[in-house]
Design a protein around this ligand. Structure first.
Ligand SMILES: NC(=O)c1ccc[n+]([C@@H]2O[C@H](COP(=O)([O-])OP(=O)(O)OC[C@H]3O[C@@H](n4cnc5c(N)ncnc54)[C@H](OP(=O)(O)O)[C@@H]3O)[C@@H](O)[C@H]2O)c1
Length: 284
């Protein structure tokens, strides 16, 4: 079944990784796909790939942290695509840093792109969907939007925001027949783990814990036009999120073990919970 033939999809974060993989998967069905991000050179190459796979590609240069640009992106989408059937609200980034070491600039970037950016895109998408009385909004959260992971606190905060946002939007748009889903991938091998953002080398991670963007794209593709609340991929993500609901402390322990190789020099070897150590500042 070619379910997306001539359907129109707008994808933010479409220049690389998961967004690009979803764009190419939809293109194989002959969909009209508008990819949006900041890097025009990369976007233009994705458009070429979309066209060569049988889709109809367009791109729009956007910084999702700027609401005026997001509004223009949707105006451009209507001009080029005619209407918008699906919005994959996916642009995002993350810094793998603990709360006491992340810089103020990195905090601002994480919240601006992951939270404010996704909110602006959701707002303008919902206005179009409401007019059309049709549409499917898919917001990229993360497994980190359902459980907690040490070293990822600010990213976790941004993605829990998206999980909550998505659930509330679903309730708001239900009367208009608009579908709303959130995507919760575990670790995916993309530029997300580039050296400037992560102190985790993804090639060193247990390969059974890491999936390709194409696997995530297939799950997103399958969920398009269904009323799937939460797209959990890979299946291990389902187990973690289920476990976290009922046994949060056990899941936290599992996550601590998962990242334990990235220990910090100043980190105490043993937890000091249970007794009060003399304060080094006062006793100096
Ligand atoms: N990789 C993982 O393990 C993983 C796991 C769970 C969730 N996720 C989420 O999946 C989404 C996609 O990430 P990815 O793994 O595919 O990483 P990626 O390859 O680095 O892709 C991130 C995309 O976001 C775009 N972007 C970043 N800042 C932007 C801005 N201000 N305005 C517009 N576009 C912007 C980037 O394009 P430009 O730089 O060209 O703007 C790029 O297209 C993110 O929301 C991420 O949090 C990733």
């Amino acid at each position: 079944m070619i379910k997306l033939k001539d359907k129109s999809i707008l994808i933010t974060g479409g220049s690389s990784g998961i967004g690009k993989a979803v764009a190419l998967r939809c293109a194989k069905d002959g969909a009209k796909v508008l990819v949006a991000a900041r890097d025009e050179e990369k976007l233009s190459k994705v458009v070429d790939e979309i066209n060569s796979l049988g889709g109809k590609g367009f791109y729009f240069k956007v910084d999702v942290t700027q609401p005026d640009q997001v509004k223009k992106m949707f105006e451009n989408a209507i001009e080029n695509l005619g209407c918008v059937d699906v919005v994959f609200n996916n642009a995002g980034l993350g810094f793998v840093k603990r709360i006491y070491e992340i810089t103020d600039d990195e905090i601002a970037k994480t919240i601006d792109v992951n939270v404010k950016g996704e909110i602006y895109v959701a707002k303008y998408a919902s206005q179009i969907f409401k007019e059309q009385k049709n549409g499917h909004l898919i917001n990229t959260s993360s497994l980190a939007g359902l459980i907690t992971i040490p070293q990822w606190s600010v990213y976790v905060a941004s993605k829990w925001a998206i999980t909550g946002l998505t659930d509330a939007i679903r309730q708001e748009l239900k009367p208009f027949g608009i579908k709303v889903s959130s995507l919760h991938p575990g670790a995916v091998n993309t530029a997300f783990f580039s050296k400037d953002k992560a102190n985790i080398d993804i090639s060193q991670m247990d390969s059974s814990q890491v999936v390709t963007p194409e696997i995530v794209a297939e799950a997103v593709y399958k969920a398009i036009f269904t009323n799937t609340r939460k797209i959990l991929v890979p299946s291990m993500s389902k187990s973690y999120s289920f476990l976290y609901k009922f046994m949060p402390e056990l899941t936290e322990k599992m996550m601590e073990n998962l990242v334990k190789d990235v220990a910090y020099e100043d980190e105490p070897e043993e937890s000091s919970f249970g007794y009060v150590k003399p304060c080094p500042r006062c006793s100096a």
